[in-house]
Design a protein around this ligand. Structure first.
Ligand SMILES: [Fe+2]
Length: 301
């Protein structure tokens, strides 16, 4: 069994890579550690060689997700085990800067998955004059076949499932975070969003102000989700990828099958469950504020 332990990086193809680098460097606050050929840029949140790779391309899309596997694992043995399951993979050496050895395979939707044990840690540190998240937290995928994708991540990469939102979304983790991936049914392959973890709830206010000062409007939130209870806000990067900034994500103790208790949990212990909606602060999150105003007009006639 492969012991996947951490989401390490995501690679995005970009139509205007310079504009994207400028945004992720100067608004989000990552640090460019290295670039190759002037068209691929490796950005770090603060420790590892890269947590985000931006590559110039004709298309704007997620291409690759990189995961750390346990230091006890052996990539050659993993490759043999994958082959025994009928899954093709390729061992690559010095395929990208900062990672000497990785195993590349594809998930059922065709996203490249990189498994690695080590990545260089130049530790450029955390910036001060930008949002400056603590880490790359999770990726939300829209899948052509969510059942197949979920089976792949659970059976092949040893992810566990925590919550669901109806039949729409399933949340998967490979460590204590409530989710490292979530997979939704949208009828087509897409990256729904990519999420960075902030320091604390006050960081949401500072981030929203900083985005506003840089001409970026929030498109959703901040509010507290049901599944994961993360306090989240959403906006768009220059190529309209949805970016989530979050804090307070539930911490899952898999062996006990419950989440570390928090004051905002409506049930104690809070265990994995199926939620009806995805927001704790609104009883009807889809409803527009104008509808509520009109409701009062109707009720007081
Ligand atoms: Fe998210």
């Amino acid at each position: 069994m492969i012991k996947t332990v951490k989401l390490t990086y995501a690679s995005l193809n970009c139509r205007n890579v310079r504009k994207m680098v400028d945004y992720y460097e100067n608004v989000i606050g990552l640090t460019v550690v290295e670039s190759t050929n002037g068209d691929t840029f490796y950005l770090s949140t603060g420790l590892e060689h890269h947590n985000l790779v931006l590559t110039s391309s004709e298309n704007s899309e997620l291409s690759t997700i990189g995961f750390h596997v346990s230091a006890d694992e052996n990539l050659v043995e993993i490759q043999k085990n994958l082959k025994a399951q009928g899954i093709q993979s390729e061992l690559k050496h010095d395929f990208q800067p900062g990672v000497h050895e990785l195993l590349e395979l594809e998930d059922p939707d065709g996203y490249k998955v990189h498994l690695l044990q080590k990545i260089d840690m130049p530790a450029p540190g955390f910036k001060k004059n930008s949002i400056c998240p603590q880490k790359l937290g999770h990726i939300a995928l829209g899948s052509l076949n969510p059942e197949l994708a979920t089976e792949f991540y659970m059976k092949v990469l040893n992810f566990k499932h925590t919550d669901r939102i109806g039949e729409r979304a399933i949340f998967l983790t490979c460590n204590s975070d409530h989710h490292v991936l979530n997979i939704s049914k949208f009828g087509h392959k897409m990256m729904h969003h990519i999420a960075f973890e902030l320091k604390d709830s006050s960081h949401h206010t500072l981030s929203a102000d900083f985005l506003s000062q840089n001409g970026k409007a929030l498109s959703w939130g901040p509010f507290r989700h049901t599944a994961g209870h993360n306090l989240a806000s959403y906006h768009h990067d220059p190529e309209l990828n949805v970016i989530e900034l979050f804090t307070d994500m539930d911490q899952f103790i898999a062996d006990l099958n419950y989440f570390d208790p928090r004051p905002w949990h409506a049930e104690l212990p809070m265990r994995p469950k199926v939620w009806e909606n995805n927001c704790t602060w609104y009883d009807n999150f889809e409803k527009n504020i104008t509808d509520y105003v009109l409701d009062k007009v109707q009720l007081t006639k």
